[in-house]
Design a protein around this ligand. Structure first.
Ligand SMILES: [Zn+2]
Length: 78
């Protein structure tokens, strides 16, 4: 995790995640919808980052949707 991502995550922790399937409360990190594991490629879900006022949210569709097929296709990027 780089510094920018840490700062974005810190900002995201100030608001709950709007994604029902994630359900992260204030102070909790977002989880991958498919596995329930903490997000690795994003500081938080995109909608949560926007709710927290983070304007430059990185887009990584692998974790936005938790689609296992797309995750395995993109594994080389890990
Ligand atoms: Zn979330």
């Amino acid at each position: 995790m780089n510094l920018e991502m840490s700062a974005d995550r810190e900002a995201s922790l100030k608001v709950p995640c709007p994604i029902d399937l994630c359900g992260a409360e204030i102070g909790e990190v977002c989880v991958q919808l498919g596995t329930g594991q903490p997000l690795k490629h994003l500081p938080a879900h995109d909608t949560r980052l926007r709710a927290a006022g983070v304007r430059h949210a990185p887009l990584d569709s692998r974790e936005l949707r938790g689609n296992p097929k797309r995750r395995s296709e993109a594994r080389h990027a890990d």
